[in-house]
Every structure is written in C-alpha cells, then in structure tokens.
Design a protein. Sequence first.
Length: 178
Amino acid sequence: MSQIAITPVTPTTTPEASKPTLEALKVKFGGVPKMFATFAHSPAALEAVAGYFGAMGKASLPARTQEAIAIAVAEVNRCTYCLSAHTALGKLQGVPADELAGFRSGRAANPREQAILDLALAIVRTHGADTARQLAAARQAGLTDAELVEVITAVAQNVLTNYLNVVAGTEVDFPKVA
C-alpha cells in the first residue's frame, strides 16, 4: 500500500459518538489499533465492527480456528494489515510459526480445522456459490450447523475488515508479515 486513502481518526478528530467504543477497545487491546481508528470515522460502522468482534469472541469455534480463518482470508484478499494482526494474535495464543504459515496457504494441522479452512476459502473464492463439496466435508468432520454458521460469519467479518484496510490503506501497527 503506497498511500493512505482514509486516515485513522485522532483524538481531536474522533466523533463524540465513537469515543466510548474506542475507549473500550483501548482497554481491551492496550491501545487503539489503526483499523478501529479508521472505522471510527463512522460511529455506526465502528460500533458494528466492535460488536462483531465481541460477539464472535463468544462463538463455539475456538479462537485458534478463528485466527486460522482470518489468516487464510486475509491472504486471499491481500490484506497485509489483517494478515499481520491475526498472525500476531495467533502467536499470542501459542500457535507455532509453521502452523501460522500453513494457514496462509489454507493448510491446517488437523482434519477438522482443514475442513473449516477449505470451506472458508471456498466461500471467499466463489462468494458462497460453489461450496457443496466443502460443506459436505465440514459436516463429515463433525461441524454442527451452529459451527457452520460461525465459519460463514467469520469469513464475512474478515472480508469486511480486509476490504476496509485494503481500500483505506491502513498502516500496519502490528509486526508486519510480508
């Protein structure tokens, strides 16, 4: 990304309605990631994305699996910001470097996680239109309907954040993954 198209808000440019959500994110992350500061231009968009993250934190899909989805989707969508952020979050969860690298290629360490990544990537690549084989494999791997819905939700969440960061040219404020 050679230029920033939408700059993050600053303390003096933050809309009043975005301040409480940014403050909560600051407490959660120890600072406000630039992605959220970019969403903060629109209090409604910031509240939506923060709510998305909060709700998915309660999902039955393990955090590790959600990071795998995020990394795989970011790779397909060429979002360096999300790729870097989710790789850092995966490291914090103790995911080994070789597994994090595998997620970028859509590879997982176990059959269940592989079925999830295959489904997630099929959704991204076909916009959900050609996923019957991957859906059947995910069911065979034991995914419940709730987990299938969560996979789709995780894909949508990551597409949203990928697109914002790619379009905005958000500066990476995590250890950058090339």
